[in-house]
Structure formats: C-alpha cells, structure tokens
Ligand binder design. Structure first.
Ligand SMILES: Nc1ncnc2c1ncn2[C@@H]1O[C@H](COP(=O)(O)OP(=O)(O)O)[C@@H](O)[C@H]1O
Ligand SMILES: [Mg+2]
Length: 320
C-alpha cells in the first residue's frame, strides 16, 4: 500500500487497474523533479484552496483573491482542479480555449506551461479544467507517484509559465515570474485534492458561516495532518477565511466566534460578506472585482489579499 492509500483509506488500494495513457512530453520525467531542491526565492508560493464541502466559496475565493493579488502587482496562476470547471468558466475561459487542460497535465500528456491560458485580468493566468478530470482518479490509480503528479508538473514549469506573443501590456505582465499559485479543488477529499495538497506549501480554507462548518473542518484538518506525515511534510495551514457572512443572521456571528476560539489567528480578520454581486459575476465570465469593484464583496476580497500579503511577508521574515 503506498502513501496515498494511507491518506485516502484502504479503498483507494482496491481501485481497478487500467491501461493508463501516461505518455507524452512529461512521461518519465518525474525522478528528481522536486521543487524542494530549488532555492525558495525561485518558487511561487503555492496555496491550495480546499474544503470537501461544496458551495462554501472555494472557487469564488480562488478567482477573486487571484484577481485582487494580480491587481496589486502579483503575478498569479490559478490551477482549476475541479472537473466542474467553475473557476475556468467564472474567468471567461470558453470550452474552445481549453484544448489542453489540467487533466492532460495530470496524466502526463502535456506540460503544464502548454495548458496555461491568459485571462482578461492582466497578470492572472489559469490552467483550465474539463470534465475529463472526472476520469483522472481511475486513470491514475496504478501510476507511480500518482499523488505527486501536480507537484512534479509544477516542478518542471518555467518560472514565467509560457511567454506569449501578445500585446505590450501583457508582455510586461508575463515578463515577471509567478509569485502565487492558487489551486482550486473539487468538493471532495479525492486524489485530485490530494495532488493539490501534495503540491502546495499551504492550505487556505474557505469556511461558510453555517451550523456544520466546524465539523467539516476537523475532518479536513485530519486529512491535512495525514498528508503532512506521508506525502508533504511542508504543508502548512495558511489560513481560514470566513465566507458568506450574513450580518443579520445570529448564527453567522456564533460560527465566526467559535472558529476563532478554536483556531485563533489562523482565521483571517477579513470576513467575506454574503453579497449578491459576487454570485452574479460568474455568469458574465468575470471576477466580482471586475464586474463591480465597489461592491462589499469585492472590497472584502481586496482586503483579504492585503491581509494575506502581510501574513506572507511576516512568514518570510520569521523564516529568514
Ligand atoms: N460571498 C458570497 N456571497 C454570495 N454568494 C456567494 C459568495 N461566495 C460564493 N457565492 C456563491 O455561492 C455559490 C458557491 O460558491 P463557490 O465559490 O462556487 O463554492 P465552492 O467552489 O466551494 O463549491 C456560487 O454560486 C457563488 O457564486
Ligand atoms: Mg468550486
């Protein structure tokens, strides 16, 4: 039984073997491809946005935090690892622009830089997802380093991603290396999420202010601990962000203070309010920050980005 089975439980070991189409440019390049070998300044900070619950604001956070970080001059790559592809759709990436996707990268049929698509937000790119990802878990079942597929792919990625021959503004944006990678996960603790956790430096957990929030959180934190012991000792908890906070609802307040008393300063001071403009934006293929930068939700995501940058600076300082 390999490490992934320890994390996911014995069921993972009983998955049927399949003829796995792991071939192409990335095949056979996994040995020694370990980001830990690179100097830390050479690497973007990799954050996995995860919570096994659906509808808690993972994708919304990946899109809008990514946009806010790009707006203040960071260069950001979102990796869409959810077969639903909501991050891709929400950033206006049509099906015809997803010729190479996260699936191709995971099975080793493509290099990650060939999957990168620019969004309309300068400085923000995405590796889009397609429904093919639904099959990835089975297809990877018998592949070596199946929980390290994303990590290995990122280790081989040039720091700048792909140089594109487009407008001047975009060339200026792409001249810089990525500083942040945000991985958007499916609502489950499956092999895709495990790949994201194995590739990441830290996990960012959006937590909806509702009654069962804490219960789900302890299961998630147990998984993080297991990934830490068996797959990625570096994995840290970057932060918990409270989402869909409703001022008029007493329960929101109670959940927020419960979470704070359990997790202390891991919980961001910035709280994302429930805001209708945020939920409207994806249907226009735009981040809320572009759709209506003055709405309360957009302002909250800008504040979250500022708080995150501050937190990251403090971390780097204490590590130096
Ligand atoms: N702060 C918010 N206010 C209002 N609606 C929100 C907010 N955050 C997310 N939503 C909406 O809630 C739904 C679920 O959010 P989403 O980010 O897709 O969750 P997840 O990725 O965790 O499944 C989406 O329709 C989204 O537009
Ligand atoms: Mg989502």
């Amino acid at each position: 039984m390999d490490q992934i089975d320890k994390v996911l439980g014995a069921d993972a070991a009983r998955r049927p073997d399949m003829a796995t189409p792991v071939a192409g440019p990335a095949a056979g390049m996994t040995a020694g491809a370990d980001r830990a070998l690179l100097p830390s300044t050479d690497r973007p900070r990799i954050l996995v946005v995860a919570n096994q619950k659906g509808g808690v604001g993972k994708t919304t956070t990946a899109i809008n935090l990514g946009t806010a970080l790009a707006a203040v001059g960071e260069r950001v790559l979102i990796v869409d690892l959810d077969p639903q592809g909501n991050a891709s759709t929400g950033l206006g990436i049509g099906r015809n622009e997803r010729k190479v996707s996260a699936y191709d990268v995971l099975i080793g049929a493509a290099l990650i830089e060939d999957a990168i698509v620019a969004t309309k937000v300068p400085g923000l790119d995405i590796v889009p997802s397609t429904m093919d990802l639904l099959g990835a878990e089975l297809e990877l079942a018998s592949v070596p380093r199946r929980s390290h597929r994303l990590r290995d792919a990122l280790a081989r990625m040039p720091r700048h991603g792909k140089q594109r021959d487009t407008s001047e503004a975009e060339t200026a944006a792409t001249a810089r290396p990525y500083s942040y990678l945000l991985i958007d996960c499916p609502p489950s603790l499956n092999l895709l999420t495990i790949n994201a956790m194995t590739a990441a430096d830290a996990i960012l957990v959006p937590l909806q202010c509702e009654f069962f929030a804490l219960e789900g959180l302890s299961q998630l934190l147990r998984t993080v601990e297991r990934v830490k012991t068996s797959l990625n000792p570096r994995l840290d908890i970057q932060g918990i962000v409270l989402t869909m906070f409703d001022r008029r609802n007493k329960l929101s307040d109670q959940v927020a203070s419960d979470v704070r008393s359990h997790l202390g300063d891991k919980v961001y001071r910035t709280v994302i309010p429930r805001n209708v403009r945020i939920s409207e934006a994806p249907s226009y293929g735009k981040p809320a920050l572009v759709y209506d930068h003055r709405c309360a939700g957009s302002k909250a995501y800008m504040k979250l980005a500022a708080e995150m940058i501050q937190r990251e600076r403090a971390l780097r300082k204490s590590a130096a």
